[in-house]
Design a protein. Structure first.
Length: 110
């Protein structure tokens, strides 16, 4: 799977995804920080990458129609998340991907 990690997810998340064999590009590595959401999701569409983010704006299917994109995965973490919470959410996502594709879908992962 090809992912684009939003700027709100760091290298720890990128490492988890890469270690699981996924192709990962990040918004910071590509110098796209503070780029508007609409542009980020369009880049994901062009590159055929699933967007992985903590940004709840992407969880609005009226704003970003899931079927128009290669996938949107929004991680929901507790108010005071730990590294273990993030790791568990990413692992839940990765296990889900083994069962079914995210293409054209919005996944909210807790």
């Amino acid at each position: 799977m090809k992912f684009k990690l939003d700027e709100n997810l760091g290298m720890f998340t990128a490492s988890l995804c890469r270690d699981a064999g996924h192709d990962v590009a990040t918004v910071p590595e590509e110098q796209l920080c503070q780029t508007k959401d609409e542009k980020i999701i369009e880049i994901c569409r062009k590159e055929q990458r699933c967007l992985l983010t903590l940004d709840l704006d992407f969880a609005n299917p009226l704003r970003f129609t899931p079927s128009a994109y290669p996938g949107i995965a929004v991680l929901r973490l507790p108010n005071r998340p730990s590294r273990a919470h993030l790791q568990e959410a990413v692992r839940t996502l990765l296990v889900g991907l083994e069962r079914e594709p995210v293409h054209g879908k919005l996944w909210i992962v807790q």
